[in-house]
Design a protein around this ligand. Structure first.
Ligand code: PLP
Length: 425
């Protein structure tokens, strides 16, 4: 089948809940992917930071195939020989005391919300059903009905109500707003150390430190969602390490599965996690031996290949190279480690999607976050030569938008011709 045919069949039989770039990938290795015609691309998205270790890392693949010869699924009705050692490793790496394994990121966040609420009622004495969790405008924590209840993105919410109550929204990166939002019913704050989906919004230095200080003073919980920022993406194993603090509850996912398998977890202290008792929460696949074997190896790769240091070093190199391009259409570059956002100057209704399309044609796969910003988040195994390969092509595309008489990427027709989305959103 041709690329066009694969896209057609996907569009006919698959719900249109995404708007992918028109590339059909059939093979991958490290930072590289190939389409069905054999054309090579560099992966600058890493599946939203789920592939920090690179595509099909041999060590993680080996762990998976070896485990597939032993046992894949036991359910939590029985113990298995993989979960305990993996959770110990995850706790040691993050400095947390206990973990509850789940599958997707959204499930880790749901787990954190249930955990925080039960803690609020049982340990803090907030009257049942009155607890409030503070969240930030522009947040992205997943797609479940409860999580979208506190999203500020209309596309994520419209037509999906009624919504779950108990959440209070404040602006991101606003300490005073947090202090003002706290009342006797406040359980804690759920926040991303860097807002990924909102456009790589990097808060002021000390933002997390200040949140932690306030939470400690008020006896409430700092709940960090490190599903995207965790596992070396920002130049430290966890983004909270940049500020020398520790959250009360930590949500992890994405790269925990090494790009092979969905693995997530909510971590906390023994005291807080003890509010979960048998029957109060669970998951059929959570903590299964295949997931644990894969995640165990995924953590080993991060540590042994020193991917946090590499992310810091290559991130700085990448950003320097991007700045040297000096494209006047670029309004701002925001980055920490290899989580890099390039925001463009655009008019109302315009998006950077045409730029992503051009990058794709040149062999660089990157995606827009929130219309105006292109995210560059390659696998952390990327080398200087591979960054240079990408930069040559990014430069060509960015310079292309400079020399055009109308330099702004206009609201263009969707070349993938999907009937329901004639225009870029
Ligand atoms: C991706 C993401 C999630 C949701 O993870 P899923 O595995 O897609 O459910 C939650 N929070 C953040 C910050 C994310 O980036």
């Amino acid at each position: 089948m041709s690329a066009r045919e694969y896209i057609e069949i996907e569009k006919t039989y698959g719900a249109h809940n995404y708007h992918p770039l028109p590339v059909v990938i059939s093979k991958a290795k490290g930072v590289w992917v190939w389409d069905v015609d054999g054309k090579k691309y560099i992966d600058m998205l890493s599946s939203y930071s789920a592939i920090n270790q690179g595509h099909l890392h041999p060590r993680i693949v080996k762990a998976a195939t070896e485990q597939l010869e032993r046992v894949s699924l036991t359910s939590r009705a029985f113990s298995n020989d993989r979960m305990g050692p993996f959770l110990k490793k995850l706790c040691n790496l993050s400095g947390m005391e206990m973990a509850l394994p789940m599958n997707t990121g959204a499930e880790a966040v749901e787990t954190a919300i249930k955990l925080a609420r039960r803690w609020g009622y049982q340990k803090k004495g907030i009257p049942e059903n009155e607890g409030e969790i503070v969240v930030c405008a522009g947040n992205f924590h997943g797609r479940t009905t409860t999580i979208i209840s506190f999203s500020s993105d209309e596309d994520s919410k419209k037509g999906f109500g009624p919504f779950t109550p108990g959440f209070v929204t404040i602006p991101y990166n606003d300490i005073m707003a947090f202090e003002k939002a706290i009342n006797p019913s406040t359980i804690g704050i759920l926040v991303e150390p860097i807002q990924g989906e909102a456009g790589i919004n990097v808060p002021s230095p000390d933002y997390l430190k200040e949140l932690k200080r306030i939470c400690s003073e008020k006896g409430i919980l700092l709940i960090l969602d490190e599903i995207q920022t965790g596992f070396a993406r920002t130049g430290k194993m966890f983004a909270f390490e940049h500020e020398g603090i520790k959250p009360d509850i930590l949500c992890v996912g994405k790269a925990l599965g090494g790009g092979l398998y969905p693995v997530s977890a909510a971590l906390s202290s023994r005291e807080i996690l003890s509010v979960f008792t048998p029957g109060s929460h669970g998951s059929t696949f959570g903590g299964n031996p295949l997931a644990c074997a894969i995640a165990d190896a995924a953590l080993d790769v991060l540590v042994e290949e020193k991917l946090a240091e590499r992310s810091a070093r290559m991130g700085a190199y990448f950003v320097k190279k991007l700045e040297e391009i000096g494209c006047p259409e670029v309004r701002e570059i925001r980055a920490k480690g290899l989580l890099i956002g390039v925001e463009f100057r655009l008019g109302p209704g315009e998006t950077v999607r045409p730029v992503c399309q051009k990058l794709m044609e040149e062999g660089v796969l990157a995606k827009d976050t929130h219309d105006k910003t292109i995210r560059f988040a390659p696998p952390l195994t990327i080398t200087e030569e591979e960054v240079d390969w990408a930069i040559d092509r990014i430069k060509k595309v960015f310079e292309g938008c400079r020399v055009k008489p109308n330099p702004r990427p206009a609201t263009a027709q969707c070349t993938c011709s999907c009937p329901s989305m004639q225009n870029w959103r």
